[in-house]
Every structure is written in C-alpha cells, then in structure tokens.
Design a protein around this ligand. Structure first.
Ligand code: ATP
Length: 367
C-alpha cells in the first residue's frame, strides 16, 4: 500500500512567489499520476514537497496515511528520478545503482541481487561496467530509473525524466516507463509539461496553471470533458479552436452564431445552454472534429460551414488546414486526400456532438 495525499498544500517562497496554492489531490496505491502544466506552474515544487526537499508553507502531506510534513526525505521511502539524471560520473553503472543501498548499509549480496534484477528489468545488464559518459542519453536515463528501482520505494517521483531525449527515444521510453509501471506495480507521480506524455502514460492527470489545480481526471475525461478553456486548450494538438459566438434561438432549436457561420446545437445540449440564449459565449471545437465535406460522414446544411483556405499543411497521415471563416482562422485536421488549395473556398463539416461552449467571463465549460 502506498498512497500519497495532499491536503490544502501551499508553497510560498521567501520572495513572495505563491508557487503552489491550496493543492488537494490523492495518488492512489499503484496509480500513475501525472502533474501537467506549462513551465513555472508549480509542478516541480509540488513534487519536491512530496519528496521532502522543499518545506511546506501550509497544509498536510500524507504517505500511506501518515503525516510526513516533518519527516526527512531519506525516511519517506520514496525515490526520485531527475531530469538531468544526476549520475556520479566517476562511478560505473553498477556502482551508481548500488550507491544508495551501500549508504544504507545493505548487505553486499542483497545489493548485488537488487542491482542485477533492476538491470535485467531495464535491459542494461551489459552496461554495468561502463561509466555514464560511455552511455547514450536513453541508457543514462535507464540507469537513473534503475537507481530508483533498487531502493524498492513506496513511491517513485519523476521530474521530466524524458525531456533531454530526442523525439524518437522519448516515444520509446514512454512505452518502457508504462510497461515498468505495470511490472513493478508502483505508485508513480510524474511531472511533465508534455501533454502527450500525460495522455499516454497517466491513469490520472492533475492539470495545473499558475499554482492552481484546474482539473483532475483520467486522460479520456480531460480530453473529452475539459473543465475550462485552459485545460481545453492545453490538451490536444493542434489546439482546440476557440471562436467568439452567440447562442441564438432559430429554426428547430438553438444555434451557434459566429461572425462567419451558423451551426445547429444538438438537442441534448439545449438544456445546458438555457441561460446563455442571446448571450456571448466561446465556442470550442477541436481540429480533429472538423472534416473536409468530401470526406465527411454525415454532412447537413446545419453542420456545414464555408471558408477560404489560408494555409495547407500536409503531414502525410493527415493534413492541417487553416481556414478563414468570417473574422476567424479555424484549424482543421482533415483527410490527407483532401483537394483543398490555398486561396480557394472549402466546405467544412463540424461534428457538433463534440462541440464545447465556455463562459467568456469565468472560462468554465458550459458544455
Ligand atoms: P518547469 O516546468 O519550468 O520546471 P514548474 O511547473 O516545475 O516549471 P516550479 O519550478 O515549481 O514550476 O516553479 C513554480 C514557481 O515558483 C515559479 O514561478 C518559480 O519561478 C518559482 N520558484 C521556484 N523555485 C523557487 C525558489 N527556490 N525561490 C523562489 N521562487 C521559486
């Protein structure tokens, strides 16, 4: 059992910066939780407070149900993997992995067993005699993880461990960390600003902005039901389109009216919009929910809009279109077989079942 719980935790640095404001969340036993947010939002500070490397200004942190506010880092039974790996350059891989256990006066045979087992799990048995400088970035990263594994800690803390790797290796290590999580049945708290890492690895994502938690949920919920405009815009690539609009009553029900188009609101969303009729809203739709009409499943006049193609970006597996519609530039991720040409008109079909509406003042999601 290894559960981590933060209750109303604050970190106010001596210079007055409120890095973490009233954070409350639980990392369940064996859960892989990702703290996600832009640079400076307080992710690392949160992780360091869990590790005990940073004092808490207010609030309580529990590990396994016990308050650890005043427990030394070394007594918290956690292992942290840093962005820069922090390997000892003069020690071999074996010695790097064994070092923490030696300090704790583990018997030699036990150290040997644990190091070899971790090396086997990570596929680095053939590297044990090398020094860090004789390793690739990915291999160093594995050694850093190995050093955490040998400790057999209650909780693993990862601080952007993949950000120094090239794109291809990152994809590979992402899959490896995910497998490792299953294999070790470990409780993991993982910090990143990379939404793809969060979506692919997490059981639960905690989205943070300016020290404040915006939403806590599984990747599916965070993507499909973002709590506010910030979360909606942070997850997904290219990001969700946000368009100034009005909700109006029209033929057959409610419509979304913008400077350049009018589309019908599906019946099931009408109740939620009752308070917004004739009011300004922010209409949201993801690029992947907009289709070139030639490849659309169910185009109707009620979900089709027309615009002028500004830029075409073919990516092979899909094509990104930037289309001018009224005052807005809308991004669509369409079938790569599209015939769209810059400077020409195109009909786009919006999957209105997947529409979002945000309150323009509070930025909270209405739909
Ligand atoms: P990044 O992804 O860039 O590492 P982050 O989300 O991890 O960012 P933190 O490192 O937790 O953010 O920093 C949160 C805020 O606290 C920032 O505004 C930062 O400048 C500030 N901060 C961090 N460490 C200190 C410190 N020791 N003293 C004062 N302010 C600090």
């Amino acid at each position: 059992m290894a559960e981590v719980r933060l209750e109303h935790v604050w970190k106010i640095y001596d210079n007055g910066v409120e890095a973490v404001k009233d954070a409350t969340f639980t990392v369940e036993d064996k859960e892989f939780v990702v703290l996600l947010g832009p640079s400076g939002c307080g992710k690392t500070t949160t992780l360091r407070m869990i590790a005990g490397l940073e004092e808490i200004t207010k609030g309580t942190i529990y590990i396994d149900g016990k308050v650890v506010n005043d427990v030394e880092p070394k007594d918290r039974d956690i292992a942290m993997v840093f962005q820069n790996y922090a390997l000892y350059p003069h020690m071999t891989v074996y010695e790097n992995m064994a070092f923490g256990l030696r300090l704790r006066k583990f018997p030699k045979a036990e150290i040997d067993k644990r190091v070899k087992e971790a090396a086997r799990i990570l596929g680095i048995e053939n590297l044990l005699d090398r020094k860090p400088r004789q390793l690739s970035g990915g291999q160093r990263q594995r050694v850093a993880v190995g050093r955490a594994i040998v400790r057999n800690p209650k909780v693993f803390l990862f601080d952007e461990p993949l950000s120094n790797l090239d794109a291809k290796l990152r994809v590979q290590m992402r899959a490896e960390l995910k497998k490792l999580h299953h294999r070790l049945e470990a409780t993991i708290v993982y910090v990143t600003h990379d939404q793809v890492e969060a979506m692919t690895m997490a059981n639960k994502i905690v989205v943070i902005k300016d020290g404040v938690i915006q939403q806590i949920g599984d990747p599916h919920t965070i993507y499909n039901k973002p709590a506010n405009k910030f979360v909606a815009g942070f997850i997904g690539s290219p990001p969700m389109n946000f368009i100034n609009a009005k909700i109006i009553r029209g033929e057959g029900g409610l419509w979304v009216q913008t400077s350049g188009f009018k589309v019908k609101v599906p019946k099931e969303y009408e109740d939620a919009l009752a308070d917004y009729i004739d009011k300004d809203v922010t209409f949201g739709i993801r690029p992947e929910n907009i289709y070139d009409k030639m490849f659309a499943y169910a185009p109707t006049p009620e979900n089709t809009i027309t615009g002028m193609v500004d830029v075409v970006e073919p990516l092979g597996s899909e094509t990104i279109l930037h289309v001018k519609v009224g005052d807005d530039l809308i991004t669509a991720k369409v079938d790569p077989k599209t015939k769209a040409q810059e400077g020409q008109n195109i009909d786009l079909v919006l999957d209105m079942e997947r529409m979002h509406v945000f309150d323009p003042e509070t930025e909270k999601a209405v739909i």
